[in-house]
Write a new protein. Structure first.
Length: 378
């Protein structure tokens, strides 16, 4: 009887050992997945070191130069330095398109997108502020009376020549106030851009370390925020920059005055910069045009599929076709939404298809939850 108990005990121990080994093997097999073996730290490092921080640095340099040129113009408004200021303003506005995707961390804290690029601007509020000579740019009532859209109005006016624009800062009864307002708008751009850039630096706020070390895909993770803001920014391109002026929310009635950079008529140029940046972010492409680890590599690594083929290939092909359609838009966008609406609508349709790939298929494959809300039904 004693022998039988020993045998039984050995058998039980052996069975438990087999179960334990089998369980460990199963757990180990479950851990080794394409998603778990992708180099997410390497991807985030590429984004932080080769894309995000360098873009903020270039934007900061543009803003610093804009400040110097604005100060020179305010000190001596003339027909020599006005065109220089206008030209640099437009190149700075283009450079902004390369950081607007990164509305998380420091940029979210400073609400950069809303403060820098709420368009169309409120020209009535701008003129009221100038006449009064007193205003608080931090209030909600002034959110659409500042930033790049307000500077676009102040430097170009409504189809006005440079002589007329110059008179607003020289012979107008409110010339002093107009110069002060122009300076204050540029000062705020410089302050906020410096805040965000410094917050990313290891010697400053060190957000770069926080970004690199958050390797999950849950809400609040770096990958989660990157995917969400890439999509949010792309939907702004589709809706605010093209859809609304085209009349997508007004039963087909075009609203040409709603385009971005309406006064300088620089809308198409900004749109092309914007979509190129979003594509570069997706590809993990650095400012020196080198392809590093990006979301495209992540999708390829996990073999994400779409319509029987590669999801990554489908997204890249749609970026190419969308850019091609945008380049076909003739003249200025404010004119095209009225006279060439069909061509603009074809570009819009390409963007709409790309939204589905980026907002539905990509997040689903990566296990990322889209947390922002929109009401256009995509």
């Amino acid at each position: 009887m004693r022998f039988s108990k020993n045998v039984l005990g050995v058998f039980v121990l052996f069975a438990l050992f087999v179960v334990a080994v089998s369980s460990c093997k199963k757990d180990k097999d479950e851990e080794v997945t394409p998603e778990s073996t992708f180099d997410k730290p390497g991807m985030l490092t590429n984004y932080a070191d080769s894309i995000i921080l360098p873009q903020y640095q270039q934007f900061k340099q543009k803003i610093d130069s804009l400040k110097l040129l604005a100060d020179a113009f305010v000190a001596a408004p003339n027909l020599s330095n006005l065109p220089v200021l206008q030209s640099h303003f437009l190149s700075t506005y283009e450079q902004y398109q390369w950081i607007s995707t990164f509305e998380f961390g420091p940029a979210e804290t400073d609400v950069l997108r809303a403060n820098f690029n709420t368009f169309p601007c409120d020209t009535t509020q701008i003129n009221t502020n100038i006449v009064a000579g007193s205003y608080d740019l931090s209030t909600v009532s002034n959110i659409d009376a500042k930033g790049f859209p307000a500077l676009d109005f102040l430097l170009f006016g409504i189809q006005q020549d440079d002589n007329y624009i110059l008179s607003l800062y020289t012979t107008s009864p409110t010339a002093v106030n107009a110069k002060n307002y122009l300076s204050d708008l540029v000062d705020e751009l410089q302050l906020k851009s410096n805040n965000v850039y410094n917050a990313w630096l290891q010697s400053g706020g060190n957000y770069i370390s926080t970004f690199k070390n958050s390797t999950g895909s849950d809400v609040g993770s770096s990958i989660g925020m990157l995917v969400n803001q890439l999509n949010f920014d792309f939907e702004l391109l589709k809706n605010a920059r093209i859809g609304i002026p085209l009349g997508k929310r007004t039963l087909g009635v075009p609203l040409p005055e709603k385009v971005e950079a309406y006064y300088s008529q620089h809308s198409i140029e900004l749109i092309m910069e914007h979509i190129q940046n979003i594509e570069n972010v997706y590809l993990g492409r650095s400012i020196s045009n080198n392809d590093g680890l990006g979301l495209d590599d992540y999708l390829s690594h996990i073999n994400a599929q779409y319509a029987g083929g590669s999801l990554n290939d489908a997204i890249k092909a749609k970026f190419t076709s969308a850019k091609a359609k945008l380049l076909l838009i003739p003249g200025t966008l404010s004119q095209a939404v009225v006279t060439d609406a069909t061509i603009v609508d074809q570009a819009y349709a390409e963007l709409l298809q790309l939204v589905v790939l980026l907002k539905v298929d990509m997040p689903s494959a990566l296990g990322v939850l889209i947390t922002y809300q929109d009401n256009d039904g995509d």
